[in-house]
Design a binder for this molecule. Structure first.
Ligand code: SAH
Length: 267
């Protein structure tokens, strides 16, 4: 597909490992004139941005918002009006806890040209690289993605839905509330021995997996000193990490050859 030279592209940058960027995302980034990006987008992906392109960091970390969501939407509208290849780059998939829907709605309201490029969401990246299949015939017939972080800082989840048997629950942005989450799950009937894990920096060379059950996970994470970005996984698939992990023993190449190929093919 040809790249539209007058378009705002909402692009998912994947979970961390730059080799998990889609080819479509890479093809668009290398011709970008402006890139508006978040803190979860890694340096190897940013390295694809042409030197002449304008880079605008609007990163949002918990409690430290560089630009409000409304201002980001307004900025995209402004850039979209000016024209050219505008890339709004977000970690993972833009439509999974990425507020991509709000940003695109602002462009749609103004009648501006836009396209959306999906990315590998953190849960999929984590599943593959930590050895935790999200569904599995013997363990889980469904999978829920939920956010552990609400606008006002509270955690207000549908606990009864989260404690159903034979499912996997993946909690994004939940690490600050881990203790409360585990407490609520057990209070709502989830057996204390249900396997659970926290995965930090999934798919990156500094990926860390802390395993336990809903009762022990908080203490283990405290001991391990886990920090965001991290996902919480609840369900018996979490125990499969012990046998399905292939990634932690890998020698990490210092260079990402696949991305270099894409970049040099376009310059
Ligand atoms: N749109 C993104 C999610 C943005 S919300 C996606 O589809 O992945 C940000 C949250 O995503 C983080 O707080 C964390 O819970 C999760 N996350 C993103 N990248 C991650 C990574 N590499 N490892 C673990 N969790 C990650």
């Amino acid at each position: 597909m040809d790249i539209d030279k007058n378009c705002v592209y909402l692009v998912g940058a994947g979970p961390g490992d730059p080799d998990l960027l889609t080819l479509k995302a890479a093809r668009i980034i290398v011709v970008a004139e402006v890139v508006v990006y978040d803190h979860l987008v890694g340096n190897d992906v940013l390295a694809l941005i042409p030197p002449r392109a304008r880079r605008i960091y609007v990163g949002k970390e918990a409690g430290n918002h560089t630009l409000s969501q409304e201002k980001i939407s307004r900025l995209l509208v402004e850039l979209g009006r000016k024209g050219g290849v505008v890339v709004r780059l977000k970690g993972g998939d833009p439509y999974i806890f990425g507020r991509g829907g709000e940003e695109i709605a602002a462009l749609a309201e103004e009648g501006l040209n836009f396209q959306v490029v999906p990315g590998i969401t953190a849960a999929s990246g984590m599943a593959a690289y930590a050895g935790i299949p999200l569904t599995h015939r013997d363990h889980a017939q469904s999978c829920l993605f939920v956010t552990g972080h609400l606008k006002d800082g509270s955690i207000d989840l549908d606990w009864d839905a989260l404690v159903r048997p034979r499912q996997t629950v993946v909690i994004y942005m939940g690490i600050g509330g881990l203790e409360e989450i585990c407490r609520q799950l057990m209070a709502h009937g989830l057996p204390a021995a249900t396997p659970a894990a926290v995965i930090c920096n999934a798919t990156l060379s500094n990926q860390r997996v802390v395993r336990g059950d809903v009762d022990t996970l908080t203490r283990r994470c405290r001991e391990a000193g886990v920090a965001p970005p991290a996902l919480i996984v609840i369900g018996s698939v979490a125990a499969l990490a012990d046998s399905l992990d292939w990634f932690s023993s890998q020698q990490m190449p210092r260079e990402k050859y696949a991305l270099k190929m894409v970049a040099s093919g376009n310059s």
